[in-house]
Write a protein that binds this ligand. Structure first.
Ligand SMILES: [Ca+2]
Ligand SMILES: [Ca+2]
Ligand SMILES: [Ca+2]
Length: 408
């Protein structure tokens, strides 16, 4: 019954939004063409980049452009289609063509969240370091044994091949400059955050940014949250709350801008029915309405080996390096949650002290921005939401200390 109501709401909303979307994509297409031309005029030959991709010599990218090679590097100027960035997208980071990195970093971006967003903000800065070994220590922390002990890995560790792959990256202060990408800290209920985005945050940046977004935090989906209630939740047309209808009305007023949707980040304890349902509904909504979805929840709920992770009410004890432990009894449910691989917290979901999730999300963010800029070099647009493909029998052994994938 719930899903019937939900589907009805979507259909009703879809009709109202069809016209908005059509108008929007025409303008967006024109805008992306301008971005494409800008990228064209400010970047070197794409075939030079391709032919030297394996050597990754920066000097090779500076080959002078010639008229006969310009045509091939015009980014896709077709009207944008929605796409999903999830844990399978992270590996595409190293494949982003140079001209799309240029186009991505020249776009103005606004994203907003509470403390986990702050973690992402810091992670984007990891990629701007002069070298991996001189990046902030918070970019280079990971577990080093089966007892969940972690440390800051060094250049010496890297030369010995001891650094876990998930915290490796090749930073560049110019290539991965994110000076046009702004983070704003915001906290509140889901309705308050939506209201603030519509009335305060987005209006403050609408003239200076190209891509705008805000995300809810995992505290918005603690057990008992009404966020997925079919009549009073985010996807319902509430008279007294700021919900997706209000958000879409604002989006429709700005067809020349790109708006990104985010799934809600997860904690070790959240993993709740509310977080699971909201994220699944948002994935369905994004597909149905051709949205760009940054599926952060999917990224943090899969190890870098692709193993799904579930809530900490699993009968498995975890003790942090500092000696704080949880040993919640198994509640018989497997609700997607941030992997212990990605947080040292017992119940929380901050992207620390270990760095794996931070780095993977920063990479995925770049993949998303390259795709917003028109890059079509991935298969993520056809990826089915993980909610429908995640077998319930997927191993949860990732939570076991002996399963930590470490490169030794
Ligand atoms: Ca409303
Ligand atoms: Ca546990
Ligand atoms: Ca459980």
């Amino acid at each position: 019954m719930f899903y019937k109501t939900f589907a009805y709401s979507f259909n009703q909303m879809g009709g109202q939004m069809m016209e908005y979307r059509q108008r929007k994509w025409i303008v967006v297409a024109a805008r992306l063409l301008i971005v494409a031309i800008t990228a064209l005029l400010t970047t070197p030959r794409v075939n030079a980049a391709v032919s030297t991709q394996t050597t990754r010599q920066p000097a090779a990218f500076r080959a002078p452009a010639t008229s006969q090679t310009l045509a091939v590097q015009v980014p896709n100027s077709q009207p944008k289609q929605g796409f999903i960035i999830n844990h399978q997208s992270v590996a595409l980071f190293e494949q982003i063509p140079d001209n799309y990195l240029t186009a991505a970093r020249e776009m103005g971006v606004l994203f907003s969240d509470r403390s986990v967003g702050q973690n992402i903000h810091q992670a984007l800065n990891c990629l701007t370091a002069k070298s991996w070994e001189t990046s902030s220590a918070s970019c280079r922390r990971d577990y080093y044994d089966a007892g969940w002990n972690w440390k800051v890995f060094t250049g010496a560790d890297r030369s010995k091949g001891l650094v876990p792959a998930r915290i490796l990256f090749d930073p560049d202060p110019d290539k991965y400059s994110r000076t046009n990408w702004t983070f704003e800290f915001k906290a509140g209920s889901w309705s308050e955050l939506t209201q603030d985005f519509i009335q305060v945050l987005a209006p403050a940046y609408i003239d200076s940014k190209d891509v705008l977004s805000y995300q809810f935090g995992y505290l918005n989906v603690s057990e008992g949250s009404d966020i997925v209630d079919p009549t009073t939740g985010f996807f319902a047309d509430n008279a007294d709350k700021y919900d997706v209808y209000d958000l879409e009305a604002y989006i429709a007023q700005h067809p020349d801008k790109v708006f990104v949707f985010w799934t809600i980040s997860l904690a070790r304890g959240i993993g709740t029915q509310a977080s699971t349902d909201f994220n699944n509904q948002l994935r369905a909504y994004a597909l149905e309405h051709d949205k760009i979805l940054f599926d952060m929840a999917d990224i943090v709920a899969h190890t870098d080996q692709g193993v799904a992770c579930y809530d900490n009410r699993d009968g498995v004890e975890y003790c942090s390096k500092k000696g704080k432990c949880e040993n919640h009894p198994d509640d018989g449910q497997e609700l997607p949650a941030i992997c212990q691989d990605y947080t040292t917290e017992t119940d929380g979901g901050h992207l620390g002290s270990v760095s794996g999730a931070k780095i993977r999300i920063a990479k995925a963010f770049w993949v998303m921005m390259a795709r917003v800029a028109g890059w079509d070099g991935s298969v993520t647009s056809s990826v089915t939401p993980s909610s429908t493909v995640e077998p319930i029998s997927a191993p949860i052994s990732a939570l076991g200390a002996t399963e930590i994938p470490l490169q030794k």
